[in-house]
Design a protein around this ligand. Structure first.
Ligand SMILES: Cc1cc2nc3c(=O)[nH]c(=O)nc-3n(C[C@H](O)[C@H](O)[C@H](O)COP(=O)(O)OP(=O)(O)OC[C@H]3O[C@@H](n4cnc5c(N)ncnc54)[C@H](O)[C@@H]3O)c2cc1C
Length: 254
């Protein structure tokens, strides 16, 4: 049964994108009383709405340059496979990946990816135009390309359904969800040992705002590209870790 908003939750999850949904699922299945707060009308409506669903990315991060990302990608590769095997309703395809270079600059980029991939133990290789045409004879761009990075183990999954199924599992097991609910204040109450979270809930009709006051033992920031804004809501003393800032990057896929 879903919890009442007045009780002290074990976990408040801020943001319902792919990450918030996965955290909600894991925490709820661990027996934690959770609530997810999403500022938008719909869940999975920001970065997680248009995901390509590309599962393995063993050539973007190297251990030396990004140790945390490297470790997380390694763990995800293992977890994704085990987890996906149980999600019979989430379409997926073990399709491999071709990253096609159309000029020398792009060829240099894919060559760097190859070096990183090999250092990470991935099966990636550069293939020439002739092999590319053999693999993808119906793809018109291959005729003007200069080569490609080929990674036969890559998979695609329906990223939206995958995240939605995580959320359904959490809700089925009693997790609470509030949409149109923007977190505006996060404060630790040192006396009670709980976090106090204030959120503005927007009514569907008329858009009137009302305030929700929630309490939890833990708060998890799953705000995606806004997670630095969420982080800045937490007051800090001089000797505490400084709030962080994120800068989203851009990429081109075709
Ligand atoms: C076009 C595109 C293609 C991609 N392709 C891939 C891919 O192939 N493979 C891959 O692994 N990744 C891919 N990504 C990246 C991946 O989609 C994102 O890393 C992932 O969706 C991020 O999920 P998230 O939950 O962190 O963020 P989001 O989905 O952005 O969710 C954050 C949520 O927090 C909410 N929020 C923020 N602030 C507050 C607040 N104060 N109160 C309440 N709620 C708040 C937001 O409204 C939002 O819904 C792609 C991204 C894009 C844009």
């Amino acid at each position: 049964m879903a919890a009442s908003l007045n009780e002290v939750f074990d976990v408040i999850i801020i943001g319902c994108g792919a990450v918030g949904a996965a955290v909600a699922r894991e925490m709820t299945l661990l027996g934690q009383k959770c609530i997810v707060l999403e500022k938008n009308m719909d869940v999975l409506s920001e970065a997680s709405s248009g995901n390509t669903g590309h599962l393995t990315t063993g050539f973007y991060y190297t251990k030396k340059r990004s140790p945390l990302e490297f470790e997380m990608v390694r763990r995800a590769l293992k977890l994704n496979k085990e987890w996906l095997d149980l999600q019979v309703n989430v379409p997926r395809s073990h399709c491999g990946l071709l990253m096609i270079a159309m000029n020398e600059e792009e060829f240099n980029t894919i060559s760097e990816y190859q070096v990183k991939g090999i250092a990470n133990g991935e099966d990636v290789r550069i293939i020439g135009k002739r092999e590319l045409v053999k693999l993808e004879p119906n793809l018109s761009v291959v005729n003007d390309s200069v080569g490609a990075l080929y990674s036969p183990e890559e998979c695609l999954a329906d990223g939206f359904l995958l995240a939605l199924s995580n959320l359904y599992v959490a809700l089925y097991h009693g997790c609470h969800l509030e949409t149109r609910c923007r977190v505006v204040k996060v404060k630790k109450d040192l006396h009670q040992g709980v976090w106090k979270v204030t959120a503005e809930k927007r009514a569907i009709k008329g858009g009137k705002l009302s305030k929700l006051f929630l309490r939890a033992r833990k708060v998890i920031n799953c705000g995606g590209n806004y997670s630095d804004e969420v982080d800045h809501l937490v007051p800090r003393t001089m000797d505490e870790e400084k709030p962080f800032t994120i800068q989203p990057g851009a990429n081109t896929l075709f």
